[in-house]
Design a protein around this ligand. Structure first.
Ligand SMILES: NC(=O)c1ccc[n+]([C@@H]2O[C@H](COP(=O)([O-])OP(=O)(O)OC[C@H]3O[C@@H](n4cnc5c(N)ncnc54)[C@H](O)[C@@H]3O)[C@@H](O)[C@H]2O)c1
Length: 435
């Protein structure tokens, strides 16, 4: 099939790369000229495992093309994925200006039937506004459908998630569009991945409700971890014990410094706002948010309790991305924690396997805030090591080497990557969450 993808961000690029890799012809339109330049030269502007290889392979096979021309892109195919950003606006609602702009551009440029698919995460009934916008701006008499096909990929394992989805959700009204979706996802359904076809409103709601539920699960286990610290129980074992219950499940029961990233914070907020507009007070989600923002503050307090005075202490920090295997730092807990440590005049020595360049744009290097290319380099003469992201490399670190390099063997672990018993045996002063 021929496919158009609007927006070459995390979702657009993965969608374009994965659909082209299974034999479709894809055109991807991007308005950011820096990103476009990189893509045209076969480089991915984001770090996502496996993405560069897929892009290179399909660019060479001429199955994927990048452009800035909306006219060319809209006329290329009948199937158009909207993968533009839906960030948080000042009042907490989803900012849908990119969706509106792209809808107008589709309308102005279309000259035959189009299936316009929202892959971006949008509040329920956004499809009605997309439809209205197309009707207003398109030439009269051109047939089209608007559908919702939300994306559930996780950054860091996006290619795997896209190609091995737990479910494919499609919200669409017309039989014609349903059949296009059945063709589009045939290779997936043939392998047994479930395709749920429903209405656009239901599909839109499934995405927001799923993200909000997962965020709530994280805040819930974080509160249980606070209780564990008070009563001397171990959150890792509590979570394991809970997770064996199939009704609960193990994923998303890792206590720590809370969720971040480009999705959960803004999606929870947008879901609360949308519910509010419908007269529904989603109190549980307000509490989820409150708990999550307190995690960062509690961790900052914990650091201060342990170090007493941060000023002039050499503090090594491992992990800046909001989670492992990505260079995305949007809403990362590290942003707040580094900001505070910096204000309290600690000497910061930062390391992340891939997120450093993004972090540097917000925190440029100074005499008291330095970036390192090697995680062990940060430890020379350090009074403490703070862990903010659970990269595998950190969990596999050489404990003897860490201890030799540090001035004091103090580790404050916001992600529970080490076994407290083992750390004790190795004579570390080790602090983690809920254990
Ligand atoms: N990042 C994730 O893990 C993830 C997962 C699932 C769903 N989502 C949702 O998918 C959507 C996209 O997320 P993202 O992280 O890929 O966003 P992003 O900001 O990384 O990418 C969006 C891209 O769209 C481009 N764009 C915007 N308007 C355009 C236009 N008119 N023409 C051409 N290009 C245009 C932007 O320049 C940008 O490169 C959001 O709604 C997000 O909530 C994201």
């Amino acid at each position: 099939m021929k496919i158009t993808v609007i927006g070459a961000g995390y979702v657009g690029l993965v969608t374009a790369a994965c659909f082209s890799d299974i034999g479709n012809e894809v055109i991807c339109v991007e308005k950011d000229t820096n990103k476009l330049e990189k893509l045209k030269n076969g480089f991915s502007p984001i770090y996502e495992p496996g993405l560069t290889e897929k892009l290179k392979r399909n660019i060479e096979a001429k199955r994927i093309l990048f452009t800035s021309s909306m006219e060319e892109s809209i006329n290329f195919s009948d199937v158009i994925f909207l993968c533009v950003g839906t960030p948080q606006s000042d009042d907490g609602k989803a900012d849908l200006s990119q969706v509106e702009e792209a809808s107008r551009q589709i309308a102005i440029n279309m000259s035959s039937y189009k299936l316009i698919i929202e892959k971006s995460t949008v509040p329920v009934n956004t499809h009605q506004w997309v439809e209205r916008t197309i009707n207003r701006y398109a030439k009269k008499g051109i047939d089209f459908d608007v559908a919702s096909n939300p994306e559930f990929l996780r950054e860091g394992s996006a290619i795997y998630d896209f190609t091995n989805p737990d479910r494919i959700v499609v919200g669409v009204e017309s039989e014609k569009a349903k059949n296009i979706f059945r063709d589009l996802y045939k290779q997936f359904t043939d392998k047994g991945f479930p395709l749920l076809i429903t209405t656009p409103a239901t599909a839109e709601l499934i995405k927001h409700a799923s993200n909000s539920f997962l965020a709530t699960k994280i805040s819930y286990i974080n509160m249980v971890s606070d209780l564990c610290e008070k009563v001397g129980a171990d959150i890792s074992m509590v979570a394991e014990g809970m997770g064996f219950d199939k009704r609960i499940g193990k994923p998303f029961l890792n206590a720590g410094i809370g969720y971040g990233g480009s999705c959960f914070p803004k999606d929870v907020k947008a879901f609360i706002k949308m519910a509010e507009e419908q007269g529904v007070d989603f109190g549980i989600l307000k509490e989820t948010e409150k708990i999550n923002s307190e995690r960062r503050k509690n961790f900052i307090d914990k650091i201060e309790e342990i170090l007493w005075i941060n000023k002039d202490k050499n503090v090594a920090v491992w992990g800046l991305a909001f989670k492992p295997n990505t260079d995305d730092i949007r809403e990362a807990p590290a942003l707040d924690i580094i900001k505070d440590l910096n204000l309290s005049k600690a000497n910061l020595r930062l390391y992340d396997p891939v997120a450093t360049e993004n972090f540097k744009r917000i925190f440029p290097e100074t005499s008291s805030l330095k970036y390192y290319n090697d995680m062990y380099e940060t430890l020379k003469d350090a009074d403490a090591l703070i862990i903010l992201t659970e990269w595998n490399d950190f969990a596999a670190a050489d404990l003897e080497k860490i201890k030799k390099l540090m001035k004091l063997p103090i580790i404050i672990d916001g992600r529970n990557i080490f076994d407290p018993e083992k750390m004790k045996q190795n004579n570390f002063e080790y602090y983690s969450i809920g254990r």
